[in-house]
Design a protein around this ligand. Sequence first.
Ligand code: T1G
Length: 649
Amino acid sequence: MAVNWNREDNIAIIWIDNPPVNAMSHSVRERLSLALNEVNADTGIEASIIACRGKTFVAGADVKEFGKPPLAPFLNDLVQLIEDSAKPVIAAIHGKALGGGFEIALAAHGRIAAPDAQFGLPEVKLGIIPGAGGTQRLPRLIGVAAAIDMIATGKSISAPHARNLGLIDIVSQNELIADALAFARTLIHSEPRRTGQLPIAKFDEQTAELQILAVEQKARGQISPGEAARMVLRGANVPIEQGLKLERDKFLELVGSEQAVALRHVFVAERLAAKFDELADILPRPIQSVGIAGAGLMGAGIAVTFADADYDVTVVERDTLSIDEGQKRVDAIYERAVKSGRISNAIKEERLTRISFHSDLNAFTKCDLVIEAVFDDLGVKRELFTCLASIVRPDTILATNTSYLDPDAIASVVPDPSRFIGLHFFSPANMMRLVEVVKTKEIAPDVLATGLAVAKRLGKLGIVSGVCEGFIGNRLFTAYREQCDFMLEDGALPHEIDNAVEAYGFPMGPYAVTDLAGLDISWARRKRDADKRDPALRYVPIADRLCEAGRFGQKSGSGYYIYDGGRKLVDPIVTALIEAISSEKGIIRRPFEPDEIIARIIAGIVTEADKILSEGISLRPSDIDLVLINGYGYPAWCGGPMFRTGRAK
Ligand code: T1G
């Protein structure tokens, strides 16, 4: 039964029970409306509590119903029924109150939460805005500026933080429902505090406008953050009834928008990514103690990632100097997080206690999982895994973080390669959400399931990839870059391509990214692989010429651009170099418009993606979209190249 209610003396407890996340589906809305009306009509009831069974409070409207004709009772009407109730209604929150769930809580006359509860209005992540009063009631509790910040980012906040903001009344330190009953009894003889009737604290219009401008700039072409922020300000200047109407109209307009449809594709794709028939009944191995071989840029980032997810982390480097450098890298990552306000100094110290550094591989003896992040050389890795295999338990999972080497070639030195997996993190590992979980030839199903479970516990998105050069992501990025290089030879210039890509929604264009990462690394790889290059294939020597001229990117002060005091400038020398190469090849250069640049890039990506799918390296077009969105900055609100070309529904 999705909703029922029971009586505790003169107080009704209305239970929502709609696993797995108590989404406000049509049937839940119908039954909740019925329960509220029954409670209001019952003369023996003087107050009510709305609570949820299962792991969480209401996580929002039912995303599966979006895109279909909305069915009454609508959530915004239900929320109004709660707020208008003559008898006090308390929301008792555990888990997460998100979207429509939080809007139900906002309309209640009191809010009590478990200590680990979280609150958020993540609608903008679905390309919409709150549609049941969130943009109108939230500012009445926490003010315009804080409401804009919370709604435009879609971020969640903790119960203690919500309490400090005045968003909730009580953080229950005991049994939530018992405390909620006690709280309800204190409200019985007082007029219900109706959020919608509260005044909005004074705010400065111009400050709010500047805040909205900043939101729109940060959104890089996504529409909903700016619309959500503006709806808060618009509602703050009109009566609540008018504000609620404006909000509902905008919500209904956006829910059918291209960006909302694209973001719902991403939402569904993310939850599909870890699902494979072959793993349906497979239990992941328990992982708590994690070893990391190497504390360079990647190893340090991976160590932080695991410490952040409450793993016990053992880091081994070859000598005390390397250990010292590794510890400094880890400390610097946490120092930046403290400076940015993401974590407190106390949390930094606590996380650091979870990471121990050693120079002896025997420190890995008790590890459940060991990940190598050492120099990307096959010999080095094979030698390391030969040692590791003799040190760790037979059931310890061994993982390589290699980007380009063949994991099966590494696994061949491990006595039992069924426990060998690729976990390809993206740099910076503690920030990037994507992890390619590489399915090696001999891998055991429970090892693959463990890789996916570890990625989820890390708060990352694990995408399964077969073994090929560059796996899914770097192989597609190579195709993307190849199209860009062809366009450089055919007539475009680096800044024209970068500008088109950034206008489409990527945070950085490919040439700005290359200058940031450095041109020398891939140059070394191209020189190493030169004898394997197919002479029949078109080859663009622009990057080689730049390297030969000592232009390695930001690190050398120039690459595709010239860098002057932190400013990135178009360099006529690069333009002349590119034009000379076109001329050498007899190419008549022509202009490229932004739309054609994007179309050429997407065509190049999907051509390679079709090969990746036909080879079985990836099993789902939607996984390919997720790799590009979470590993390479492809704008999620565009859905991904497979979604855009109709290859992913
Ligand atoms: N609707 C329907 N199903 C949902 C759902 C939702 N809102 N959220 C999750 N699920 C399903 C999900 O598809 C998966 O299903 C299962 O629950 C577990 O999800 C009017 C209009 C709550 C933090 O955006 O953030 O309210 O694969 O794997 O990692 O203003 O789910 O098992 O079949 O993610 O523990 C606003 C989205 C909606 C919240 C739990 N709410 N969900 O994370 O589990 S718009 C959201 C989440 C709205 C109002 C507007 C997370 C979670 P299956 P999961 P999890």
